[in-house]
Design a binder for this molecule. Sequence first.
Ligand code: PLP
Length: 425
Amino acid sequence: MTDPGFAMTAEAGQPSVRGSVPSVAGAPDLFDKFQPLIDQREALLATGLTDPFNLVMEKVESPTVAICNGKRTILLGTYNYMGMTFDPDVIAAGKRALDEFGSGTTGSRVLNGTYQGHRECEDALREFYAMDHAMVFSTGYQANLGIISTLAGKDDYVILDIDSHASIYDGCGLGNAQIVAFRHNDVEALEKRLKRLPPQAGKLVVLEGVYSMLGDTAPLKEMVAVSKAHGAMVLVDEAHSMGFIGEHGRGVAEAQDVIDDVDFIIGTFSKSVGTVGGFCVSNHPRFEILRLVCRPYVFTASLPPSVVATAATSIRKLMSGTDKRTHLLENSKRLHGGLKSLGFQLGTDTPQSAIIAVIMPDLERGAAMWEALLREGLYVNLARPPATPQGMTLLRCSLCAEHSEAQVGEILGMFEAAGKRIGVI
Ligand SMILES: Cc1ncc(COP(=O)(O)O)c(C=O)c1O
């Protein structure tokens, strides 16, 4: 449930100036429910800590380096896994589309918002995944929201991992589907839930290839088999594995050789692809009807031409990204092993993805460690409940294929210095 937490209430935390209290005496202020979070945030900031959810990147020099607070900072908290944001071909494609097609479509995909570039982007996705259909949304959030809510209505069941992303839960909410959650990555728990459901009911099992909080991968082989045995359709969100995991970068379903049994793959352009947007690919013969009935696809403007042009170029380049994938895997092993030998507690025993989560003893020390790393010149993501599983505070490190071996060495040095200063190692 990735929820930025404090960031949601950054404005609510400011003292109100005018017109913001209920005009009828005794009427509740709709902000009352946020008060505990406002108090927690204010208490933390009162200690003099830099706000971990309000950092500004003053300049971005490359996929791995930015200027923050006037200081050169190594980026270890982006989702730029394959480093495509500064790829010269990707940038050139975006500039060309901006010149030739203008800055935006000003319309829905089903009206005036399908340009040649949207089609080309969907062609690139079909080729990348070797699937029959591809549908591009304006974000990955909207792809989950749209596909899940359209497929699963109030008499249908969505069986999902309890640690699923917020967009998956919100998709269930929008469609009014019955939510059946099972323990994280637990195949037996999934099977038990499926067995209890009416055999004739519509069922959609929703899984993620990589879970972004701890960076662990799902046992998709077993889970897909169990789901199919109980007559469920399967959707896998490969947001954090596209481009990196699997022989062709198609994700964990490809790596575990079950991609042909998966009914729908959801993905995003905001991670390995390096821009913004979302998609669903599928081989379902009736898939195309979704374009007319999926509200988060129909009732919103389509992506700007420059964005679909950068996405299509990036996706095509990711098809031949084997060397980058190998280097990213090496970096992931190097960082995981290095942090472990420094004495940090990690989210997984072995490196399973490009995300390495460092578990902090509590929010206070987590936030202090985050700030100490920033002072060293390293940006990581601070994650805290309710976004995290089991109430953990995490420093989430996400690697990029453009991080050099030397940078990983620098990163380990910074973790050692900050960890000793804060007293977590
Ligand atoms: C698993 C998962 N699915 C979907 C999304 C949404 O992607 P987007 O940023 O394109 O909205 C995210 C983003 O964090 C995610 O982690």
